[in-house]
Design a protein around this ligand. Structure first.
Ligand code: SF4
Ligand code: SF4
Length: 63
């Protein structure tokens, strides 16, 4: 599995990008995007998805 960003709600603050231990998050167009091949749901690194915790727009959800 992986997580994804709901583009319509993303304000492109970029705070999630630096939190990802797998460098799965990057800018794409006007918003940010999670590479599903890199996102490991933070399993083995953190107890919870770091991007979900940091996103104030609540736009990161399980894919
Ligand atoms: S933290 Fe949320 S609002 Fe900010 S860039 Fe990431 S997905 Fe978008
Ligand atoms: S769930 Fe973890 S590994 Fe996946 S994009 Fe978010 S911070 Fe990165």
């Amino acid at each position: 599995m992986a997580h994804k960003i709901i583009a319509e709600r993303c304000n492109a603050c970029g705070e999630c990008e630096v939190e990802c231990p797998n460098e799965a998050i990057s800018p794409k167009g006007q918003v940010f995007w999670i590479d599903p091949t890199k996102c490991k749901d933070c399993v083995g690194t953190f107890d919870a998805p770091q991007c979900v915790d940091i996103c104030k727009s609540n736009c990161i959800v399980p894919a």
